[in-house]
Design a protein around this ligand. Structure first.
Ligand code: B1M
Length: 240
């Protein structure tokens, strides 16, 4: 096994077991060896978190285990995020994003932020448990091309409709493209609540945003970085 393979395996195991210092150290070592940040993210950290979810579903893991695994991964993301984002050039568009009210999951939303920044978007991240009025205020202030709502629980998905109604009431509905996503969300649900688009993952969300702003991103370094990222993610997903 090469050192890079050992690092991927170590990142998978240590994330699964919530060993934050080891995850941080291996991420740093991988980068020092020249490993691609996207490789670390999509071939070690995300598969590990998927395994956490499987174990939670089977009843082998409980909330504390999920939490420490997520924290361990967040530590690595803090290191990877600027490296993935720094390939971006001029902002190609503006994107407001947040996890809806009542929902504190943010890893998937943070991945969207990383990829959007990598593609050259100026992103305004409202964080988690975001009330409708905060989305309205951010759309008013930043005048984004897209506002994105993330929801990760079936119980918080209905907040999409509440947010859209709040934007409508504020006279902003037709001034911004509304995108939605998150693990339990479907295309059908997105249409049902009146969103403009749905994406199943961060790469698709970024690709759609890029298409929306069109030529403004053409030829930029950020767009090239995005294409590379999207290809890598697609490959990873096909391999399962
Ligand atoms: Co929670 N949790 N959790 N959890 N958690 C899930 C989501 C769950 C599926 C686990 C399970 O049962 N298998 C389940 C939801 C079931 C459901 O509603 N269908 C669940 C539950 C039940 C809960 C609690 C209710 C548990 C409890 O307390 N009894 C509780 C709720 C808290 C709350 O929010 N109010 C809870 C709490 C937590 C922790 C705090 C412990 C922790 C979150 C830490 C954090 O995020 N900082 C946690 C975790 C880690 C998970 C799992 C294991 C991992 C989530 C994750 O980060 N996935 C998750 C199980 C799983 O997913 N297998 C689970 C990796 C991430 C990369 O994927 O989030 O899907 P994902 O993001 C994707 C796409 O969704 C998409 O792009 C991302 C990247 O490709 N995407 C968008 C996201 N936003 C988008 C926006 C877009 C477009 C695409 O456009 C705008």
């Amino acid at each position: 096994m090469s050192r890079e393979e050992e690092i991927r395996a170590g990142l998978f195991d240590h994330t699964l077991n919530g060993h934050a210092p080891e995850v941080k150290a291996l991420t740093e070592e991988g980068l020092a060896l020249g490993m691609d940040p996207m490789d670390i993210l999509f071939k070690a950290l995300i598969p590990s978190l998927e395994e956490v979810g499987r174990r939670f579903e089977k009843g082998d893991f409980f909330v504390p285990e999920m939490l420490i695994a997520a924290r361990a991964m967040q530590g690595a993301l803090t290191i990877l995020r600027p490296l993935i984002a720094e390939t971006g050039a001029q902002p190609v568009g503006r994107y407001v994003i947040g996890t809806v009210k009542g929902d504190i999951h943010d890893i998937g939303k943070n991945l969207c932020v990383i990829m959007l920044e990598g593609a050259g978007f100026e992103v305004f991240d409202l964080g988690v448990n975001t009330p409708p009025e905060k989305f309205v205020a951010a759309v008013e202030e930043h005048k984004p091309d897209v506002v994105g709502f993330s929801a990760f629980l079936t119980t918080t998905m209905p907040m999409f409709k509440v947010n859209i109604e709040a934007l409508t009431k504020a006279g902003l509905r037709d001034k911004v493209h509304i995108a939605v996503g998150g693990a339990p969300v479907t295309e059908e649900y997105a249409k049902h609540v009146g969103a403009d688009s749905y994406a199943p993952d961060a790469s698709m969300a970024t690709r759609m945003a890029k298409e929306l702003v069109g030529d403004r991103s053409a030829g930029s370094q950020g767009a090239q970085a995005l294409e590379k990222a999207v290809m890598l993610i697609d490959e990873t997903l096909k391999k399962g």
